[in-house]
Design a protein around this ligand. Structure first.
Ligand code: FAD
Length: 454
């Protein structure tokens, strides 16, 4: 797929990958073997009928293709861009055994973008109104998916979102150059076109508790995500210039810091940035820092390249853009200047020891390997857990060891009557499509519950 060149793109926030033109999409789609038993569908958490939409592309029936995808996926332009297809549908593609798997994600994106460009957005057939009302907490991928499914089934849906804009991580976390916000807005508008109401600046647990929402609603779905950042818990984390990835990316994306001075959001434009972590969030933070004008950006990761949890495509993009990777490196202390601003990071070199409980080899410090890195900003991207606000304000809602709401895997049902949950708030930080898969499961069980009520 064509991309902006690395030298051009580090100077702008425009989308890096440019998408397939029609001829390339059809050429790629024609590689599909049309397997009798399509393993790719098993690899998709929302069960998209992949062979059917690919066949539509081959035949030039793009409207038919996008209609097929939307039967099970309300966010095709998002999923086509950020889903880890290499670990899901494309991993199971038979073509991958001998060569390159079919580029399923890119084809999905092609159809979604074709539909947007054509302006002919179709709405699926909707069931007649049931008279039941459902409240959704959080307008991230999980909340949007449940809303889509329940609205199509005829229920009245209202989403309560804490921030001033919908989309969850898609809006405040993933940067513009990977997922343009106009695309997220388009997909949110589509769900609103099904009659879903969106109330922003509404913090469930503060503005109103879940129990008070029950005065007006028959059932509630909690898709509040995992927005509570973890820190390294080393000395110096309170220095100026040290951010959590959430804060850094929110300032830049949601609050449009990258368009300063047009938007008056303060965000530091440092020269030397160190990002801690090795996932998609770390890649996004590092690439954002480069675009904000940093001279040198390092990713400090305590394991080796092989263990990087980020998508390979994003690691390669970061490398092409000039991000420097410091593998097997552990930050131990953040050191400030006399004005309380970060000036350097003390680190230790590591080596890989025996596998730990995750099956990955445990990084072990090498004695006497201490060294310092120059840094005037640091971004901590080592993970997140769910915010405790909802469990704390909802008696009887069971939570797990890491603060995640406990929900039945097969139904999404929580320990409280008429409350379901799904996405990162249940699993901890995961993926867009896993949040959507859990949401679809919950929507089906909620529908059953609502229809059984007199
Ligand atoms: P979220 O997207 O977090 O949405 C939750 C929503 O609930 C938010 O809008 C929040 O404001 C709202 N909320 C929270 N508490 C309340 C409350 N009390 N009242 C009202 N509203 C509330 N996944 C991928 O698949 N591919 C990627 O490339 C990828 N890159 C990522 C990059 C970054 C920087 C980050 C942070 C994550 C990335 N992920 C990626 C992970 C993915 O975005 C999440 O797994 C996914 O968004 C989870 O969806 P969700 O709906 O459960 O939660």
């Amino acid at each position: 797929m064509p991309k902006q060149s690395p030298t051009d793109r580090v100077r702008n926030f425009d989308e890096v990958a440019l998408g397939y033109p029609e001829d390339l999409a059809q050429e790629e789609a024609s590689r599909c073997l049309g397997c009798k038993k399509p393993f790719c569908v098993d690899g998709c958490p929302v069960g998209i009928d992949i062979p059917a939409f690919v066949d539509c592309i081959v035949k030039g029936d793009f409207a038919g293709g996008i209609r097929k995808i939307k039967e099970t996926n309300a966010l095709p332009a998002v999923c086509g861009r950020v889903c880890p297809q290499e670990e899901q549908c494309e991993l199971k593609c038979v073509l991958g055994k001998k060569g390159k798997p079919l580029a399923i994600g890119r084809l999905e994106r092609f159809l979604a973008d074709w539909e947007a460009a054509s302006g002919a957005i179709e709405t699926p057939e909707m069931a007649s109104p049931t008279g039941k009302k459902v409240a959704i907490v959080g307008a991230g991928p999980a909340g949007i998916t449940v809303s889509n499914d329940l609205a199509l089934l005829g229920h009245k849906v209202v989403i309560f979102e804490a921030l001033h804009d919908a989309g969850g991580v898609l809006t405040y976390g993933i940067p513009e150059f990977r997922l343009p916000k106009a695309i997220v807005r388009r997909e949110v508008e589509y769900v609103k076109s099904l009659g879903v109401e969106l109330k922003t600046d509404f913090i469930v647990g503060k503005t109103k508790t879940i129990d008070r929402l029950f005065n007006d609603f028959d059932a509630i779905f909690v898709g509040a995500g995992a927005g509570l950042p973890w820190f390294l818990e080393i000395p110096g984390e309170n220095l100026n210039g040290v951010y959590s990835a959430n804060e850094y990316l929110t300032r830049c994306n949601l609050m449009k810091g990258f368009r300063f001075p047009e938007y008056d959001t303060p965000i530091k434009r440092p020269s030397n940035v160190v990002v801690f972590g090795g996932g998609n969030v770390a890649m996004d933070s590092a690439r954002t820092a480069l675009r904000l004008g940093a001279d040198e950006v390092h990713i400090v990761y305590r394991r080796s390249r092989q263990e990087l949890p980020a998508r390979l495509e994003e690691v390669e993009n970061a490398e092409e853009e000039g991000v420097i990777f410091d593998f097997l490196t552990l930050p131990t202390k953040l050191v400030g200047n006399e004005h309380g601003w970060l000036k350097e990071v003390e680190c230790l070199r590591m080596e890989l020891g025996e596998p730990d409980s995750s099956g990955r080899r445990r990084p072990v410090p090498i004695e006497g390997s201490e060294f310092k890195m120059k840094a005037d900003a640091a971004v901590c991207s080592i993970g997140n857990s769910p915010n405790p606000l909802i469990p704390m304000s909802t008696p009887g809602l069971d939570v797990g060891r890491k603060g995640n709401i406990e929900a039945d895997e097969k139904t999404g049902k929580t320990s409280r009557d008429a409350i379901w949950a799904g996405g990162d708030v249940v699993t901890g930080a995961a993926t867009v499509i896993s949040a959507m898969g859990a949401a679809r499961t919950a929507a089906q069980d909620m529908h059953k519950f609502l229809m059984e009520q007199c």
